[in-house]
Design a protein around this ligand. Sequence first.
Ligand SMILES: [Zn+2]
Ligand SMILES: [Zn+2]
Ligand SMILES: [Zn+2]
Length: 131
Amino acid sequence: MAKRNTITKQLILDSLKDSKTAVSQEILQKELGESVDRATIYRVLNSFCEDGIVHKILGDDGKFYFTICMNCSEKQHKHNHFHFKCLTCGKIECLPNEVDVKLPAGYQSVTFNGFISGYCSNCSSLSANSF
Ligand SMILES: [Zn+2]
Ligand SMILES: [Zn+2]
Ligand SMILES: [Zn+2]
């Protein structure tokens, strides 16, 4: 059983790494097939979040999307970046620019949830060509 769990974790990690976009639990479920149940995917994703490997993005559709962390550790996630969703191809990605938000004195931030939708470089050059 323990071995099976390890394999499942590896499968989920691999598909997150291979994916060029953040993925929802449903997308992962489709990729992995029926062999892995919902509860397991949910549990594995949350343990990755706790380990500082993966972070959650709250999409504008109210669903959570998951993607690999770049500079996080088990102790601290560092995510002062916006997420971008392309309205044409549907890709959701982390923007590399760190955002420094100035809070009023005495305020302390815990989470940062910035979400932008628009057109990615691929799609905006495509639509530019068609005009
Ligand atoms: Zn992180
Ligand atoms: Zn796009
Ligand atoms: Zn991100």
